[in-house]
Design a protein around this ligand. Sequence first.
Ligand code: ATP
Ligand code: MG
Length: 186
Amino acid sequence: MAETEAPESLRLFFALWPDAATRDALNRAGKWLHRHWDGRRMHADTLHITLAFIGATPAARLETLIACADAVAADAYEFTLDTAGYWRHKRIGWLGAQRVPAQHAELVERLNESLQAAGFPVDVRPQVPHVTLLRNTSGGDIPQCRPVSWTVGEFALVKSVTDPDGAHYTVIRRWPLAPNIAPAPA
Ligand code: ATP
Ligand code: MG
């Protein structure tokens, strides 16, 4: 295919994409976990939490996908990532949460409903929100972790391109979440 032609298929997913300060904190967590578990650290600019994985999508469906996200109304929230985890079958070391905020679950649910209504494939199995920090690690005892506080104020549609050296991600579009306005004192 000529480089000037639009690609026919895009590998896409919705995710929480960190701001610079949160990315730095997640990257430090990756460095810390690597000291415990070794393996291959994920590059700082890949760090994210997947909300919904869409996979291969015809480029012609992109506008419909964007409209799905336009229709999602959800609130901003604080996500405290305070637990390291290990998936043996994938040899992945990750950072997750003891307690998943209700707003996070609502965001995922509303996004999935919107995607499903438009005919996109949706995985309805419960997911563990996590940031992959290490690959090809053998894990070990779960070390006590310094929490990362992520103020989640938006979500993103992301394109994934896999090269021989791993996946590269590009944020295509972002959607703000409604800011939490504290009730005025009586
Ligand atoms: P690679 O596949 O090259 O090892 P990757 O898994 O990071 O890298 P993608 O496969 O494009 O890259 O996945 C993008 C994001 O979506 C990652 O967070 C990944 O964990 C998640 N993901 C991929 N496949 C699925 C799936 N079937 N269900 C849920 N999440 C998925
Ligand atoms: Mg993958």
